[in-house]
Design a protein around this ligand. Structure first.
Ligand code: ZN
Length: 393
């Protein structure tokens, strides 16, 4: 038996007036999701342990069978691994955003989605100016800063405090290194503001990347290998660095898909093809789809419905057409991203495992249908792998 897990980031939502009281999942035409649900068994999965933040990193760890309460160390080291940045012993990684600061407040956590090539030039300038650690350029505003391990500190994601005053949200903690890092953040303003990249951006009417923001810090997590844990060789398909980072620490194979963007223009068919060819040599493929979450953060109802439909038709439809061997699927979101809030929430998510033995049948894949008829009930995140591979299901 082979296995597929399809994670639709942020897909679950609440009923909306704009959709006549339906959720985006109910409003979208999803013949393939519904067909899977009719042959399967459903339930609700607690992917975010109580007391933890509703992040994709935590949720994806849970789904893969790991306990985030014991193994989660931060987002920085996961993204660093996906970027090929190695951490030495005694080192930790921060996510280093390039942000736009204006009059003492965080105007834009993404510096106008600065290009990767511009970001690389700015990271180089920062490495020349500061010696508290090393800057690595990633994709757009998402960069990495590696420094010595600091304990007992707290940092703030810049997207959570847009419009907030810089000095109220700097790194909290004690000791000279915390002070020096905060001084570096403030001083980065001078280095970056005058940099030719930003002079050119201002000239073109774009937001300058005139400050760095450090957050999501952590040491490398220690994950038992996925193969040892579950007895299955696994592969991961995702456009998102933090999901790839989990795969790397879990010893799973990262399968890259050209044209996977994390947006609705992603290479949906390419993901399906890559999954099919991955299953020829691996036992389980984990496909993560980001586009639906991006539409949710943008608060775009129509785009969210369309992204769900594209996934259903172009990814799932293609997969079901091409699967020529016995394969069991799990389909679920990693967390809710309600359009009304434009951010993640921590409540359990609806899941379906298919095929499953006869029993109470679902008519379709939706939040309400699975709540009403999902015979698997409420499960903890780490139980999904056991259910997926259970012969008695
Ligand atoms: Zn999100």
């Amino acid at each position: 038996m082979k296995y597929l897990i399809l994670v639709a980031d942020g897909m679950a939502d609440n009923p909306l007036d704009e959709l006549d009281g339906r959720t985006p999942l109910e409003a979208a035409s999803t013949p393939n999701l519904d067909a899977i649900a009719r042959k399967g068994a459903g339930g609700y999965l607690r992917t975010i342990p109580s007391g933890m933040g509703p992040g994709s990193d935590i949720a994806n760890l849970s789904i893969l069978g790991y306990d985030p309460r014991t193994c989660y160390t931060g987002r920085g080291p996961l993204e660093a691994a996906a970027m090929g940045v190695e951490l030495g012993s005694g080192e930790m990684a921060f996510r280093c955003n390039l942000i736009t600061e204006r009059e003492g407040v965080i105007e834009d956590y993404s510096a106008g989605h600065i290009s990767s090539s511009e970001a690389a030039e700015l990271m180089e300038a920062l490495n020349k100016r500061f010696d508290l650690g090393r800057f690595y350029s990633g994709v757009s505003y998402r960069n990495i800063f590696v420094t010595t391990v600091l304990s007992g500190i707290e940092s703030t994601p810049p997207h959570d405090v847009m419009g907030g005053r810089i000095e109220e949200h700097l790194i909290r903690g004690s000791g000279p290194m915390v002070r020096r890092l905060n001084e570096m953040i403030l001083e980065s303003r001078k280095v970056l503001e005058a940099h030719p990249v930003n002079l050119e951006r201002r000239r073109r009417g774009l937001r300058p990347a005139n400050m760095i923001w450090l957050w999501g810090e952590g040491v490398p997590p220690e994950l038992e290998s996925f193969e040892r844990k579950h007895g299955l060789r696994g592969g991961v398909i995702s456009a998102v660095d933090l999901v790839k980072g989990i795969a790397i620490y879990a010893g799973m194979t990262v399968l890259d898909v050209p044209g996977a963007t994390g947006l609705v223009d992603t290479n949906w068919e390419g993901k399906a093809e890559q999954a099919i060819s991955g299953l020829e040599t691996l036992d389980l493929i984990y496909i993560h789809v980001e586009a639906i979450d991006e539409a949710s953060h943008a608060g775009d109802v129509e785009l969210k419905v369309r992204a769900i439909e594209e996934m259903d038709r172009r990814l799932l439809g293609r997969l079901l057409d091409r699967l020529s061997f016995e394969c069991r699927l799990a389909v679920l979101p990693d967390h809710y991203t309600p359009l009304s809030l434009r951010t993640h929430t921590a409540q359990p998510v609806p899941f379906v495992i298919s095929p499953a033995k006869a029993g109470k049948r679902l008519r379709c894949y939706s939040e309400a249908e699975i709540k009403a008829k999902g015979r698997l009930g409420l499960k903890e995140g780490q139980e999904l792998m056991r259910l997926l591979t259970s012969s008695s299901l």
